[in-house]
Design a protein around this ligand. Sequence first.
Ligand SMILES: [Zn+2]
Length: 163
Amino acid sequence: MSLTPIKRYCLFLIIGLTAVGCNDNNDTSVPSSPVHVSINTRMEYTSFVPTNLNSSILIDAEGYHYNNNIYPLKYGDYYGFAGVIVHITLEGKYVAYDAGCPHCLSKQHPVVPDGMFAICPTCHEEFEIGNGVGNPTKGVTSECLRRYNAQYNAATGIISVNN
Ligand SMILES: [Zn+2]
């Protein structure tokens, strides 16, 4: 039996999607929520620079959590479903995740960044955030953290996170 072109296309699509796995944001149960935050590495966050590997800023209803300080939200900030984690990867790149655990889906108990991992206080799953993927490492869930776009403007020193 030979495959019709459309069947061949579907097969290709299925194989492609399976291979993508965690890289597809639709693969997470964390609901899509508006995200808009910005971090000025020349003002409050002067140490949040690409050489500061595996450091994180958590942004939630309280504000921007960094170095044991909390800086207030700005007008027009949106912090996703359970909060936004902006992280500097092992390669010195800015990445961003939603702090909602895809297994627990709790806004009250978001994952907590700890070095290159973010840990869920409820199910204890550890998500690897230092690699830019946010994949689970313990197998409590097979889903990744929801990722957002983080863009760094070297001219202004500002990191913008959006979805
Ligand atoms: Zn969890």
